[in-house]
Every structure is written in C-alpha cells, then in structure tokens.
Design a protein around this ligand. Structure first.
Ligand code: BGC
Length: 456
C-alpha cells in the first residue's frame, strides 16, 4: 500500500445544514462563541465536487471524511435514501480523483433523537448505533477500504460530561464513565460488523486490505512546575486516562477508564477483553498540554468542578488562532509511545489554525520530519492526514480559527488554495508523486525552500 498523503474533514464542520443533530440544536441555544451557528458551514454538501478536485490538485491521494448519522437515520429506524446517495456520490468523486477514502462513522455529532434518549451515556446506546453502521456497510461499505469507527472517544466523553464544551455539557463523572463504556462497546460491535459484512468489495480499492480503526486524540502532557508533586501527579494521571486508556482497551490490555476520586471506573466490556479490536491506531495530534494544580493565571483553561488548569502553550512562544503552541517533538514522542502496541499507525489529524498562513508550511514540514524519523526508527506509519482540507466550523469556537489548506470565503463560498497547500503538494510530489512515505533525506531539502517562502 502506498503512503497516504491526505487531508481530513468532518460532516458537521463542512457540509452545512445538518439540522437534525445535537450540535445544531445546541448552536440554536447560543452556545457557540459570539452566538455563531454552523448554518451552511462551507457548503461542502453542494460544493463537494469542487473540493475534491482541489484536493487532487494539491497532490493528495487520500481523503478522510465522516458520514453524518443524523442524515442517514433522521429518526430512529427511518432511513434517508437521499443522504445515502449523496455519500455514494462523494465516494464516486473520491474514485474519480484517485483519493482513497478513510471514512469516520461518528465525529462528535449524534442524531437529536439519540441525544435526547441520553446519547452514549444510555445503556442502550450501542444497540441504537449498530443499525446505522449496518446500513452504511450494506449500502456503501463495499467501496470503503479504510474506516474509523469513532473520532476522539476520550475528548468526546470529557467534552460532554466533564469539561462542558460539547452538548449536552452536563457535569457528570458517572455519565462520562458510562459513555466511555458504551462507546467502547459500540466500537467493538462496529469493528466486528464491518469485518464480517465487508467480504466482497468493488471499485478501485477492492484489493486494498480492509482496515478498521479509530482516530484517537493524544496530547503531550507535561507538568507546569517540574518540582510540584501535584502537577506531576496530574501529568501521570492525564497520560494514563487520556492518552492510554482507550488504546489499552482496544488492544485487549486493561480496561481501566476512570480517575480515583473524580471519575468512577467503568465496568469492563466483555467483548473487548483479551483481543485486539482495531487494525490500526489512528492518532490526532495537535499540541502539548501543560497541567497545573489550581492555577491563578488566565493562561490556564479551567472547567468548573475540576481542580486543575491546562495550557496549550508555554510562555512567550508563538501560538495559533486556537492559542496552541507548536510542538512537533510531541508528535514524535506520541508515535514512539504507541509503537509498543505493534499495530500500523495513521496520523488521522494534525494541523494548525492560521488564517494568515504564516506558520502552516513550517508546521507541516516539522511534523512530517517527526513522522519520517519514527519511520526510520521502524514504526509502521501508513498515512498522514492534515487537518483540514478546508477552513470549517470549529465547534465551540465557530468560524474564527482557520485550519484549511484551502481558504473559504464565508460570504461567497469561494475557495482559494493557500500557499502552504502548494508547499504540501511539492513535498508530496518529491516523494515519488506520493508513493513514498515521508523521508528524512527528502524533507531536509525543504529547509531552504521554507526559508525562501518565509522571506517573501
Ligand atoms: C477534531 C476536529 C477539530 C480539530 C481542531 C480535533 O480534535 O477531531 O473536529 O476541528 O481537532 O480543533
């Protein structure tokens, strides 16, 4: 399999008018910064052909997107043929533009009917999620070689039930723990179902080995004060809980999701026990995360109920529009730490919010150098997906942070390729038209090119 040089999006962030999910409802309640709503988002629903053409034009050979459950199953048990057909067309466009699809089944949004019944904190959640997976597998599945069941399960649990940045934004450590359990159960059921039903495939990637995994967010946690026992303890707990609990649970190791005294430990899922229920590890990596016990300064984000703060940048360093510093070495560290699981790895997301495009090229180069270094050290890394193909609706932050390789004008919906996308294209082309994995020797040549771009 050739290396996948790609970019990623998610349904709610780009399609527009996803009116039947929990995020849409939350937005109407004014929960997004500045009271913004996703509305037409980037209008990908109508402009997907143009977007995929642009993806090809900038040299990509793969596209990660998600299928919106609330479109496919707007009410429980009722299916939208129109939505299924649209995703069929999207897959067709991938085929025409030689973009191998990596399809995510759940990227933060759930149908309103499901959310109203308690979402993933309900014990019935996996039974309700499975019919959707089955529908997708039976109608579209034979054209999809690569799957992510869930996007960022841990962020999803934490955002909904601990930190309040995802609907329903209820502080409930018990629900957080129940949600983890249901998501794990749903993941395992989806993993088994896709493998058992997807025996015959068609289309250009029919010979591509079927791989089913997920996209798991990892951060490079570190203590704010090296000498402070509580900052250090927080760091250890965060690594265990946030970075490794999901990985351990899906590789048949221990199932211990919880934090003593804060989040009750979830009951093990028997179907996940003693076996590996993923074919690869997909990681979404963005930044470092500095932890501090009861911080006083405003540079630390806090959530009510939690006795610590988190900062995504160190003092004085340049930051992105999200307030995140640049920390490529953290990606290398994360890759080394997951190599112990002995599975293929994809970087399913990595990117920067940078509307002026000042830092994106160097961000790309420096993170890819880390990927190349780990490949040299023997890691089985099979793809890199930049977040994002397009500027998009950045959840609670609305449209302000601009993550796109391609700029979107939200008045006219015109697309413009950013210079960093051309830089990415050149990088890809110099790796034998994208057939090679990132190579340290090739990437070295780009230091001087970058300098020239920066001097312009
Ligand atoms: C999510 C994306 C999001 C990105 C940048 C990831 O956590 O999967 O949906 O836009 O980070 O915040």
């Amino acid at each position: 399999m050739k290396f996948l040089w790609g970019a990623a999006t998610s349904s709610h962030q780009v399609e527009g008018n996803n009116k039947l999910n929990d995020w849409w409802a939350w937005e109407q309640k004014g929960k997004i910064e500045g009271g913004v709503r996703s509305g037409r988002a980037t209008d990908h629903w109508n402009l997907f052909k143009e977007d995929l053409k642009l993806a090809k034009e900038i040299g990509l050979n793969s596209y990660r997107f998600s299928i919106e459950w609330s479109r496919i199953e707007p009410e429980e048990g009722s299916w939208s043929n129109e939505a299924i057909e649209w995703y069929g067309e999207l897959l067709g466009e991938c085929e025409r533009n030689s973009l191998i699809p990596l399809v995510t089944l759940h990227h933060f949004t759930s149908p309103l009917w499901f959310a109203e019944e308690g979402g993933f904190s309900s014990p019935q959640a996996s039974q309700k999620f499975l019919p959707f997976v089955r529908k997708v597998v039976r109608t579209l599945g034979n054209r999809i070689p690569l799957w992510c069941t869930f996007n960022e399960p841990i962020i999803f649990c934490v955002g909904q039930y601990l930190a309040g940045f995802q609907p329903p934004a209820i502080y409930s450590p018990e629900k957080c723990s129940l949600a983890f359990r249901s998501i794990l159960k749903s993941h395992v059921k989806a993993y088994d179902l896709i493998h058992s039903e997807n025996k015959t495939r068609k289309g250009p990637w029919r010979h591509q080995k079927l791989l089913v995994g997920y996209a798991h967010n990892m951060m490079d946690f570190m203590p704010s004060r090296d000498w402070h026992p509580l900052d250090r303890l927080l760091t250890l707990i965060a690594r265990e809980f946030y970075n490794f609990s999901w990985l351990d649970a899906t590789t048949g190791r221990k199932q211990r999701f919880g934090i003593t005294g804060l989040v009750p430990f979830s009951r093990p899922v028997s179907s996940a026990g003693g076996r590996t229920t993923t074919d690869f590890i997909g990681i979404n990596y963005y930044s470092k995360a500095i932890l501090r016990w009861r911080p006083k300064s405003e540079t630390y984000e806090t959530a009510s109920g939690l006795p610590f703060g988190i900062s995504f940048s160190s003092n004085q360093e340049p930051i992105s529009e999200m307030g995140w510093g640049f920390h490529p070495s953290g990606l290398g560290r994360m890759l080394r730490s997951i190599n112990q699981y002995g599975l293929p790895i994809f970087i399913t997301e990595n990117g920067i919010a940078d509307g002026q495009d000042t830092y994106r090229s160097s961000f790309l180069l420096n993170h890819l150098k880390e990927v190349a270094k780990e490949i040299d050290n023997g890691a089985d890394i099979r793809g890199y997906f930049h977040w994002s193909l397009l500027d998009n609706f950045e959840w609670i932050k609305g449209f302000r942070p601009r993550f796109g390789l391609i700029e979107v004008d939200y008045q006219t919906f015109n697309r413009t390729i950013r210079p960093s996308a051309i830089f990415y294209k050149e990088l890809i082309e110099s790796h034998h038209e994208g057939h090679l994995a990132p190579s340290s020797a090739i990437l070295k040549n780009y230091d001087s090119k970058l300098l020239k771009i920066q001097q312009k």
